[in-house]
Design a protein around this ligand. Structure first.
Ligand SMILES: Nc1ncnc2c1ncn2[C@@H]1O[C@H](COP(=O)(O)OP(=O)(O)OP(=O)(O)O)[C@@H](O)[C@H]1O
Ligand SMILES: [Mg+2]
Length: 327
């Protein structure tokens, strides 16, 4: 069996405005093996959600996927019809949103929604579908699944609702889950429990996961690999341990230095000066250059090519030396 599940090449998604077409995702390459967990991390507006939605073919005007290939299990999803994509979504690829109410219908009992999620895609008996619903709720740590199937979404707490949304995503044993900041609104204890469950489920069921977050701490706990996004591009990617131990892109280093959990006790936190550029004001060359303390002359003029070092890569003319971090 081919281990490579997702192979994205040169993905470009633009938003059309009166002033022109602005690329929110600007030539993204991503690969994911079966069962692998990728953390997609970056500041607000860097294009993480647009990347996730692009993979699922869920970009509506004024947005448009203008270039690239999204090869999933050997098929370029951009060549599929809307009908074929609908079949894939919720079946082989599932999405979990920050707000579980984007998944859950407030006026239907949880059981009805879960049953529908199965029966839309598969011709199985109600008994076996019901058993799968109970299993899925149990898997995300919901006690008494039998009786909880009778509840409405508002009868659950925020954390429990998110678990239900995760259970629904898992129902049809997808090959890939794309999770867009699903634990950001939850307290750290519940977030930790959910991360633990997701990791366990992905590893035991060989489900690949893209976890979108602005929090490198979450990536450190959960992911096998990380892709750091800045202004629509992936600026650094590789195994989590390598990237956190010795970031090569100054932006990745900046993210690490600004995180309380990543610095040593008593060490001063630093911040990345300045703001991420808006879509319409992205500079030529490296988009991070105006904020970068490592920048050299070519950074403002030329987009850095991708440099590959073993299993990791980065886009930078003046990479961080390996000895810089941790300070
Ligand atoms: N419907 C839209 N119309 C116009 N521009 C959009 C639209 N959706 C997203 N964008 C722009 O695309 C860029 C990337 O947005 P995206 O939502 O992917 O960021 P993000 O990394 O997910 O940020 P956050 O962490 O805040 O969720 C932003 O500049 C945003 O303004
Ligand atoms: Mg987002």
């Amino acid at each position: 069996m081919n281990d490579l599940l997702l192979d994205v090449r040169g993905l470009r998604t633009a938003f059309h405005t009166a002033a022109g077409a602005w690329p929110a995702v600007d030539g993204v390459d991503l690969t994911l093996r079966r069962g692998e967990i990728l953390g997609l991390v970056g500041e607000s507006g860097s294009g993480k959600s647009v990347t996730g939605f692009s993979l699922l073919g869920l970009i509506d005007p004024p947005g448009e996927i203008v270039a690239g290939e999204v090869r999933f299990d050997g098929t370029d999803l951009r060549t599929l019809t809307e009908e074929q994509m609908r079949h894939l979504r919720g079946n082989r690829i599932a999405m979990i949103f920050q707000d579980p109410l984007m998944t859950l219908n407030p006026v239907l009992r949880i059981g009805e929604q879960m049953m529908e999620a199965i029966l839309t895609h598969e011709n199985v008996s109600r008994e076996s579908a019901l058993a799968r619903c109970r299993d899925a709720l149990g898997m995300v740590g919901i006690a008494s699944p039998e009786s909880r199937l009778q509840s409405y979404p508002h009868e659950f707490s925020g954390g429990m609702r998110q678990r239900v949304a995760i259970a629904i995503a898992m129902l049809n044993h997808p090959d890939l889950i794309i999770a867009d900041e699903p634990t950001t609104a939850l307290d750290v204890t519940i977030q930790g429990q959910i991360l633990y469950r997701m990791q366990e489920i992905c590893k035991t069921q060989n489900t690949a996961l893209i976890w979108i977050t602005h929090d490198l701490g979450v990536v450190a706990e959960l992911a096998d690999r990380v892709a750091v996004m800045y202004a629509g591009r992936i600026v650094e990617t590789g195994p989590v341990a390598d990237i956190l131990e010795s970031p090569r892109h100054p932006y990745t280093l900046g993210l690490l230095q600004s995180m309380p959990r990543m610095t040593k006790p008593g060490q001063r936190l630093q911040q990345i000066n300045g703001m991420a550029p808006s879509l319409s004001s992205r500079p030529l060359g490296c988009a991070f250059q105006p904020r970068c303390t490592h920048a050299v002359a070519s950074c403002a003029e030329q987009l850095p090519p991708i440099t590959t070092e073993g299993t990791r890569s980065f886009r930078c003319h003046a990479p961080v030396e390996r000895t810089v971090w941790p300070a």
